[in-house]
Design a protein around this ligand. Structure first.
Ligand code: FES
Length: 95
């Protein structure tokens, strides 16, 4: 499933980038270009970063790691808005 439609970046690629050490939406964008065009996927990327931090067993901010795109962490008390439906777009077949 593609998370970033503009740059055709899949969830798996973003997960790999996060696992390799990206700690912010900007770092994810630098490593795989996701989130660097229209920005609609940045909320989803932020959620993946927060989930990765939660899965790593650390509290946001306790290791010097921050999520920097404005979305809230699960423990902030602010409800997370529902995910927007992202239209699916298949990559063009090779010529
Ligand atoms: S959907 Fe990712 S930048 Fe547009």
């Amino acid at each position: 499933m593609y998370i970033c439609i503009c740059m055709v970046v899949s969830r798996i690629t973003i997960e790999q980038v996060i696992a390799s050490g990206a700690h912010s939406v900007e770092e994810v964008g630098e490593r795989c270009a996701a989130g660097t065009d229209c920005g609609k996927c940045r909320t989803a990327i932020t959620r993946m970063l927060v989930a990765a931090e939660a899965g790593a067993g650390t509290e946001p901010g306790t290791t010097g790691t921050t999520v920097q795109s404005g979305a809230t962490a699960s423990n902030s008390g602010v409800p997370t808005p529902p995910s927007p439906r992202v239209p699916t777009r298949r990559p063009l077949p090779p010529n």
